[in-house]
Structures are given as structure tokens and as C-alpha cells.
Design a protein. Structure first.
Length: 208
């Protein structure tokens, strides 16, 4: 097993770690600013036949309980695997970039029947504005599916896949997202994951 100490002793790995962290921080800060822009922009309301089939249900606590539990499980099972965490950070950063582009190109307003998805953890430490227009595509669904792709243990894979399906269903039941937002999310997460994996494979072959 590669330890962090031995991993960072390698100059190539150390350089990759530093560059990855810098880019990820820049991407996340830029994304937070972009969300403020999105929230102020006028958008369109889609006619979604799936959402019309049922009234919204508030499943906020279930959604965030599964999201935070998933992140905790992934960190616990991956903290001692620096090579895997690098792929995770890079794939997540790329997915956020894809999501930024997708949201810029799709100015949507939230469904009229949407119930606010209020992050209990964020609201506990501050009174930030609750976002409603960060729609296409579902970041929660995409992130959980990315954890499913990254997990090596079969049991954890099944857990993350179950949580992905549950959260995807929950945000639809709460009318937080349109059905297309949830449907597309796993495909974009997979694309980000495969691109990063292929880049790593290419560099490892060149190194050998």
C-alpha cells in the first residue's frame, strides 16, 4: 500500500498533488462566484411530465444525510490511498467544470412547485442564500455516482449506487430538480471519471 509519506517523496507525485489542489481550489471558488451569477439570471421553467405526476415531498434531511454519510464513508475508506484520492479530486474538479458549462448554457428557473433544499450543515454555521437555479445537471446525483465509480470495495460500490438512486429520486420527489437534471448527471460524472483515468493511464505508460 502506498502511504502519503512515500507518495509525496516522489517529485512527480508531489507536483501532481500541488497542482491538483491549486486547480481544485480555484475551480471551487470560481464555481461559488458563478452560482451567484446564475441565481440572479432570468431563466425558463420547463414542463416536466415526471414532476407533474406527483406533489412535492420535503426530503431534505434524507438527502443530506445520505450525501454526508457517503462522503464520510469514502474518506474513511480512501484516506490512505493517495493515488485514488488524486483521481477523485481531479475527476470531481472536471465534473464541476462540466457543470459550470452546462448551467451557463441552460438558464433554467426552478420548478414552480419546488420545495427548498436547505443544507442543514451549512445553515447551522451561517445564513447563506439557498440556491434554486443550480439545476442542470444535479451535482448531488453526479457526486454520489462518482463515488460509486471510484469505490474499489464491492460492498461500498453497492452502497454508493443505492445512495445515488435514492438521492436522485429524493430531489425529484422534492421537485428540486427536473428529471433531465438527474438523468444526465451520472453520464457526465462517468465522462469526467473516464477522462481522468485515461490521462493517468497514458502518463503511466509513458513513464514506463
Amino acid at each position: 500500500m502506498i502511504t502519503w509519506k512515500s507518495y509525496l517523496k516522489d517529485k512527480k507525485h508531489l507536483t501532481e498533488f500541488i497542482i491538483t489542489m491549486i486547480i481544485l481550489i480555484v475551480v471551487l471558488i470560481s464555481f461559488s462566484q458563478f452560482l451567484n451569477f446564475i441565481e440572479q439570471r432570468e431563466g425558463v421553467i420547463l414542463s416536466d411530465p415526471v414532476l407533474k405526476a406527483f406533489d412535492p415531498i420535503n426530503l431534505t434531511w434524507l438527502t443530506f444525510a445520505l450525501i454526508y454519510l457517503s462522503l464520510f464513508l469514502f474518506i474513511v475508506t480512501t484516506i490512505n490511498k493517495p493515488d485514488k484520492l488524486m483521481i477523485a479530486f481531479q475527476a470531481y474538479g472536471l465534473m464541476v467544470i462540466f457543470r459550470t458549462i452546462a448551467m451557463y448554457l441552460t438558464p433554467f428557473d426552478a420548478p414552480e412547485t419546488s420545495l427548498l433544499l436547505n443544507d442543514p450543515f451549512v445553515q447551522l454555521f451561517g445564513k447563506g442564500e439557498i440556491l434554486t437555479k443550480d439545476l442542470f445537471f444535479s451535482g448531488h446525483t453526479g457526486t454520489l455516482f462518482l463515488l460509486f465509480l471510484l469505490a474499489e470495495n464491492k460492498v461500498m460500490k453497492y452502497i454508493f449506487l443505492l445512495f445515488t438512486l435514492t438521492v436522485g429520486t429524493a430531489v425529484l420527489l422534492q421537485h428540486v430538480h427536473y428529471s433531465v437534471d438527474v438523468f444526465i448527471a451520472p453520464f457526465v460524472a462517468y465522462a469526467a471519471y473516464r477522462i481522468i483515468k485515461n490521462v493517468h493511464l497514458k502518463f503511466s505508460r509513458n513513464a514506463s
